[in-house]
Design a protein around this ligand. Structure first.
Ligand SMILES: [Zn+2]
Length: 395
């Protein structure tokens, strides 16, 4: 399963084969862009099951037309997730290509944020995170089928519908597919303008801290109340003391709610807290600290809910070995491929957490994920496709 098997091997130096392959993806660049545009123009926010299901069916048809066997995993609260199995010649474990088709953009976003090309960039909701990654899967599988007269090895594509909201409906399936796979390649966006792959990701936790106080009239009975807002404010100040950026720990109360009117001492207040950790062993410590917060006002009550959702993706030996392969493939076309550790989590955290070699950030290169200027660099698409093709062949 090496590149040399592809066309007529002995006549040429391997380097030329890679250059040729790159040229073939260059020639298909506009076709790839058109496919990405098609995907972007089917809106599929995580919170709309009918819209996400429409995208799921569309992609199932697309991949089945290429010879894949589609299996839809129904979900009650989110869109259905889509598994497509492609058979391969060699009887080896499949490579799992992992991604998601849900986006953070509500239905109707296309009206104000249309999919458009400008200055060599393709803009649109979800174009970087991660519909361009899905298109790369499509074109790379097609290319490998053409080069090898059928796929040299089995490939499983798994596209989930709830990655942007924690992957609660799809996580178990992702994990069971990963366990049966030789490696997981995650088509999430690359890191930075140079398109580094991601070899480490922080773990992510979500907590909610609720405070129950005692209401009173702020004018008539100020001494009788116990303000949930005051207690929450003091707790938040204490929580910020848990930040330890050097060790990769961050704690952020990003949303607060509480109170009813200005002349009432608040009976209730709550905060949503985002927690990031760099190493798995930090999870228990932080969880314990959050569950043992001390009251400032003894008349109030605290409740903490939530937990660490995605454990960190650590740069294990298996991850490092995949990166080494990726770097060697990139070198064939004189491309210096960097690696990056990032703060955001993905479903790659789940698969890496199981010990399955995982390489993330294999998707599009661009910036503005989840923002109005979200875009990919069109010129980077051929190299990304080449890298993915080489990785499927060699892991
Ligand atoms: Zn994503």
């Amino acid at each position: 399963m090496t590149a040399q098997k592809s066309s007529s091997p002995k006549a040429r130096r391997p380097e030329n084969i890679w250059r040729e392959r790159l040229r073939s993806f260059e020639a298909r660049k506009d076709t790839i862009v058109n496919a990405i545009r098609e995907f972007v123009e089917i809106e599929s926010p995580s919170d709309s099951k009918p819209a996400a299901d429409r995208m799921c069916r569309f992609l199932a048809d697309r991949f089945e037309a290429m010879g894949g066997r589609a299996r839809v995993h129904p979900a009650a609260d989110f869109g259905d997730s889509l598994q497509i199995d492609f058979p391969g010649r060699e009887k080896v474990k499949p490579v799992l290509l992992l991604g998601h088709f849900d986006t953070v953009y509500p239905l109707g976003t296309l009206r104000t944020m249309p999919c458009r090309v400008s200055d060599g960039r393709l803009y649109g909701p979800g174009v970087l995170d991660m519909k361009s990654g899905i298109a790369l899967m499509q074109f790379v599988i097609e290319a490998l089928q053409a080069w090898h007269d059928g796929l040299p090895r089995p490939v499983t594509v798994f596209l989930v519908s709830d990655e942007e909201v924690g992957s609660y409906s799809s996580r178990k399936i992702t994990e069971s597919l990963a366990k049966e796979s030789a490696a997981v390649l995650v088509l999430e966006p690359a890191a930075g303008p140079q398109g580094a792959v991601k070899t480490a990701r922080k773990g992510v936790g979500e907590y909610r801290l609720s405070v129950a106080g005692m209401a009173a009239h702020a004018g008539l009975d100020p001494g009788k109340g116990h303000s949930a807002i005051v207690e929450l404010a003091r707790q938040i100040a204490a929580l910020s003391g848990l930040n330890d950026l050097k060790r990769g720990i961050s704690v952020n109360a990003g949303v607060i709610r509480g109170g009813t009117r200005s002349n009432v001492i608040a009976a209730e207040a709550s905060a949503e807290i985002d927690v990031r950790i760099k190493a798995a062993k930090q999870a228990a410590m932080l969880d314990r600290r959050l569950h043992s917060l001390k009251l400032f006002d003894k008349h109030c009550k605290l409740k903490i809910e939530g937990g660490i959702n995605r454990m960190p993706m650590e740069r294990t030996a298996g991850v490092a070995a995949l990166y080494k392969k990726a770097k060697a493939i990139a070198k064939q076309v004189h491309w210096k491929l960097d690696e990056a550790a990032v703060g955001g989590g993905s479903d790659g955290n789940f698969t890496a957490g199981l010990g399955v070699p995982t390489l993330d950030g294999m998707g599009g290169v661009g910036s503005g994920a989840h923002a109005a200027h979200e875009h990919i660099m069109i010129s980077e698409l051929p190299r990304r496709a080449l890298l993915l093709a080489g990785m499927i062949e060699s892991v």
